[in-house]
Design a protein around this ligand. Structure first.
Ligand SMILES: *Cc1c(COP(=O)(O)O)cnc(C)c1O
Length: 235
């Protein structure tokens, strides 16, 4: 029998704490996003019972159904997937943070939708730190220009950066990418762009979250290590 979600969650939290201690960081500065994409309501509820505080979903339609059943306030819900502009209108009733703003156009659409609701939406800017053609995200070379554009969208609350490095089974291969995102963040923070906070660094998944925390992650997005393997068609 596979290990229970509660045991897996406890183990991930322990490793997270170990990584924090190893790198001299405070646990208060690190939040675990339990990635529940593709998982049925029953397993998500089990994770909440076991102490999951933030859940991560990557498809708006799937999240709408799940959140309607489980309840918006049973946990915080973060959106971590690629976002299409025609789905922006749904975000406000569902999510507390969008990790994956990857273009000025998308940011503007979120700002406009927020403005019309007299709301504000907290977001992170996804950076394509590896420069892979297949990856979403703002190229590092245009991040400063992008942040300056986003600073004019008053109903957008930029809180930091997110990245997904190339997958490799050896987490040490991810370390340079995580370090690069942190260095890029530090450099951008010195520019003091109005209304832009860069406090959050969303990085690290099941295979490499401990390394990401050593390199400064404030949000680690972990699915498989908690729920087990996802169905192959839903990676
Ligand atoms: C699926 C997903 C994760 C979680 O990946 P695991 O390897 O299952 O931990 C993290 N971040 C994003 C953006 C994802 O899409």
């Amino acid at each position: 029998m596979p290990a229970a979600i509660s045991e897996n969650l406890a183990r991930v939290k322990l490793r997270l704490a170990e990584a924090a201690i190893k790198s001299g960081r405070s646990l208060e500065d690190i939040r675990l996003v339990v990635v529940s994409k593709t998982m049925p309501e029953s397993k998500v509820s089990e994770a909440i019972q076991a102490g999951a505080v933030i859940l991560g979903e990557s498809k708006v339609q799937e999240a709408r159904q799940k959140i309607a059943r489980i309840g918006r306030r049973k946990a915080q819900w973060h959106f971590i997937g690629h976002l299409q502009q025609n789905k922006v209108k749904y975000l406000f009733d569902l999510f507390d943070l969008i990790h994956s703003v990857d273009s000025v156009k998308l940011a503007e659409a979120i700002h406009q939708a927020a403005l019309s609701r007299q709301a504000a939406m907290p977001v992170l800017v996804q950076v394509n730190i590896s420069g892979e053609a297949s990856k979403f995200g703002v190229p590092r070379e245009s991040l400063q220009k992008t942040l300056v554009c986003l600073s004019k969208f008053a109903n957008l609350r930029v809180q930091g950066l997110m990245t997904i490095p190339p997958y490799h089974p050896d987490p040490e291969k991810s370390r340079p990418y995580f370090a690069q995102l942190r260095e890029l963040r530090d450099r951008m923070a010195k520019e003091n762009i109005d209304h832009i906070s860069l406090k959050e660094l969303s990085m690290g998944m099941s295979s490499d979250f401990a390394v990401a925390i050593e390199e400064g992650a404030t949000l680690a997005r972990v699915g498989t290590a908690i729920f087990g393997e996802r169905p192959a068609f839903a990676k």
